[in-house]
Design a protein around this ligand. Structure first.
Ligand code: NAD
Ligand code: UGA
Length: 464
């Protein structure tokens, strides 16, 4: 296939949760562009070339199939693809640093920097480099410095285009985003590069949702957006603890708050804690940034969002332990859900991982159930494989269990036959709803002792 017929040649380095779906959407919406996604992970690339995609995301396969082989390609060939593309998105992972200065807080930029060096080495023409990964403020400037030290006289313009998609709704978010943010330098070449990226998204997104800014505002906005979202969850989770003490109902409180149009009704579901690869990492990144500039009070404020999340996860395990007469040792506990949220197979930073580890420390017999995330759960827990059971069927997982803990809000858990489940459980039977998705009164009437979050516990023996 001659690539001359394409009006833009776009490359994305990193075929993960962001690179794969984002590029699939661009290719599907813009048949006039050639879009190639490369990754160092060969198995991942083979999976993208097959119908067994490396990630589970509703609607993704349809979008991939619209464009794959037409103008969407997956490859492990970095050099050749760098050479032939004029726009390169970089969407590699930027985990929290685990070593040296800033360990535990700042971002580990080694994958990013390696990409910059690879691009510099393989390039034979000027290029626009697009930061798709979430990065500390001023990374674009550092990258431009690395890229500009080339003896070929090439010009690289670095643009920031942070991604706001959420897993489980990635296709909807990419097709119809609240906004797309494109930051660049405000020089002539910066503005030209900015317009070139705006042009891509304008193929299907109304212009008034394509926001532009300077580079630092774009980089910072991404960190702050995630921090604000996580802060809302920590806020409602903190109130869930108080609700349990004063017999208030956190769902009722959240409804009252949400009907105030200044507050809004989204992201107010109390939970066992937020998970996912980004919230904690991005808040800590913000904290590190504040500390670097001596803004210690600001850093402490944002760090408390993470501390509240740790508290909530810990509180959930304590509730289980206390309810089960202060010992879970050798008790079978079925965990309903291991993914960090519904509609994804992703288990990164899942509260379920924390809960599992804590229960194992107490010598519980943990049985993990999940419709999509069991493979990832097995990888996460490979060191404990001998003492954990994995059972996709929730009825089998709950068979002879002392307790069920709902950790992911999969719809399927709302629709189970809990009378059937109750009959096969040990007595007294307990259910801990870490997502508040079940009909608690009905469960209580069946015979369960029910522990929702932020609501009065429904227990059959009042003297415990
Ligand atoms: P991921 O781990 O799923 O994917 C990253 C990919 O990059 C991996 O497949 C890895 O093999 C590849 N990679 C690393 N170094 C490479 C190199 N030198 N050359 C080629 N490939 C390389 O990560 P992700 O979840 O897609 O996140 C990517 C970035 O996007 C992160 O900065 C993250 O914070 C941000 N982000 C993620 C989400 C999300 O929902 N996951 C949403 C918005 C933003
Ligand atoms: C989040 C943001 O929503 C995206 O905008 C952002 O692009 C992305 O992080 C990122 O940078 O990685 P994601 O982590 O995929 O997306 O999923 P969310 O829907 O934000 O959920 C995060 C966690 O919060 C999940 O564990 C979820 O169960 C939990 N949550 C969410 C609650 O506990 N309560 C709520 O009300 C909402």
């Amino acid at each position: 296939m001659g690539s001359e017929k394409f009006t833009k040649k776009i490359l994305c380095i990193g075929a993960g949760y962001v690179g794969g779906p984002t590029m699939a959407m661009i290719a599907a919406k813009c048949p006039q562009y050639k879009v190639t996604v490369v990754d160092i992970n060969k198995e991942k690339i083979s999976a993208w070339q097959s119908d067994e995609l490396p990630i589970f995301e509703p609607g993704l396969l349809d979008v991939v199939k619209q464009a794959r082989g037409r103008n969407l390609f997956f490859s492990t060939e970095l050099e050749k693809n760098i050479e032939e593309s004029e726009i390169i998105f970089v969407s590699v992972n930027t985990p929290t640093k685990t070593f040296g200065e800033g360990a535990g807080k700042s971002a580990d930029l080694q994958y990013w920097e390696k990409c910059a060096r690879d691009i510099r080495e393989a390039s034979k023409s000027d290029k626009i480099i697009v930061e798709k990964s979430t990065l500390p403020v001023k990374t674009a400037i550092a990258m431009e410095r690395i890229l500009s030290v080339n003896e070929k006289g090439l010009h690289f313009e670095v643009v920031s285009n942070p991604e706001f998609l959420a897993e489980g709704t990635a296709i909807r978010d990419l097709e119809n985003p609240d906004r797309v943010l494109i930051g660049s330098k405000e020089t002539e070449s910066g503005l030209k590069a900015r317009e070139s990226i705006v042009e891509i998204f304008a193929n299907w997104i109304p212009r008034d949702r394509l926001i532009t800014s300077n580079l630092m505002s774009a980089e910072l906005s991404k960190l702050v957006a995630n921090s604000f979202l996580a802060q809302r969850i920590s806020s409602i989770n903190s109130i869930s603890a108080l609700c349990e003490k004063v017999d208030a109902n956190v769902t009722e409180v959240a409804k009252v708050l949400g009907m105030d149009s200044r507050i809004g009704n989204k992201f107010l579901n109390a939970s066992v804690g937020y998970g996912g690869s980004c919230f904690k990492k991005d808040i800590l990144n913000l904290v590190y940034l504040c500390e670097t500039f001596g803004l210690h009070e600001v850093a402490a404020y944002w760090e408390s969002v993470v501390k509240m999340n740790d508290y909530q996860q810990n509180r959930f395990v304590q509730t289980i332990n206390q309810a089960l007469f202060n010992t879970v040792a050798n008790k079978r506990i079925a965990l309903f859900g291991f993914a960090f949220k519904a509609n994804t197979s992703d288990t990164r930073e899942s509260p379920a991982f924390y809960v599992t580890k804590k229960l194992m420390e107490e010598k519980a017999h943990v049985v993990i159930s999940d419709p999509k995330a069991l493979n990832n759960a097995k990888i996460d827990l490979k060191n404990y494989d001998s003492i954990i059971e994995y059972e996709e069927d929730p009825y089998k997982a709950a068979d002879k269990a002392h307790a069920i803990a709902v950790l992911t809000e999969w719809n399927l858990y709302k629709e189970l036959d809990y009378e059937k489940i109750y009959k096969k459980m040990e007595r007294p039977a307990f259910i801990f709803d870490g997502r508040n998705i079940l009909d608690h009164q009905k469960l209580f009437e069946i015979g369960f002792n029910v522990y929702p979050l932020g609501k009065p516990h429904l227990i059959h023996f009042k003297d415990v």
